[in-house]
Design a protein around this ligand. Sequence first.
Ligand SMILES: Cc1ncc(COP(=O)(O)O)c(C=O)c1O
Length: 307
Amino acid sequence: MTEAVGRTPLVRLRNVGRNAPDVPIYAKLELANPGGSVKDRAALGILRAAIASGDLKPGDPSSKTLIDATSGNTGVAYAMYGAALGVPIRLVMPANVSQARKDIARAFGAELTFSDRLEGSDGAIRVVAEMMKTESARFFHADQYSNPANPQAHYEGTGAEILEAVGDRITHFVAGIGTTGTMMGTTRRLKEWGRPIRCVAVQPAEALHGLDGLKNLESALVPAIYDPKLPDETRFIGTEDGWTMADRLACEEGLHVGHSTGANVHAAVKIAEEVQAKGGRGLVVVIACDRGDRYFAPVKWERKTVW
Ligand SMILES: Cc1ncc(COP(=O)(O)O)c(C=O)c1O
């Protein structure tokens, strides 16, 4: 499973981008990773770095358990690759993340602890900090918000893959920010390329929002790996716009995605249309973060569901 991560497809969004024919939009389908999201790269990178440093010992009963706060997708990825590599996993997540994501993580044998549903991902971060005060001998705190292996996975993977595919043509890169790992690592790689590439971060416009996985940094804990100097620009996208674009991507492109992808693509389409309106040319690459089926409620025939 660890070898199936990355080398994700880059596909043109012909329909939602039809008003900007000279500025094609390409979606990097991170939802094609085995765990179904962009977070596979970060989780696997963090696991590999901790194994290399000796903090985690695969298959060894004396190994520490990897613990982290996660809004869901990273948890699914830790659980999957933890199982594949023989490393025990404990996830702390807000109680209101989708049932599907809780069930998927449990299916891989991960243990779950729930934080206050009103405190979002910051509440989960605080719960892990409390647990580490008393149980640091038992747990390895992966800390995806501070761990350099998170952006490094995107520097080595996402960024390099984009350059290999369209390095001679790309003019804009768009990614939403949660831990900021995707944006930081990919942007660092793209900025090393000879030609200028404008890197645009997407944040939710509201503090309380429905763009799962994204953070409004003005109202949230700012991740240690975030370097505000790296993005050339930040666009603030409303929940409605993200949800509407997610619906359009399903109906018009056959691409069923989560709402953070909707927000990213909403920003990408605006950028392409602005460049087109000025008579310019370009190519926009946008991150498609995860699959839409993760946001469905469980169906009734699921065996373990309690109604
Ligand atoms: C659905 C979704 N979109 C976007 C992101 C943001 O990615 P990153 O943490 O690399 O900033 C996440 C991260 O958890 C996510 O789960």
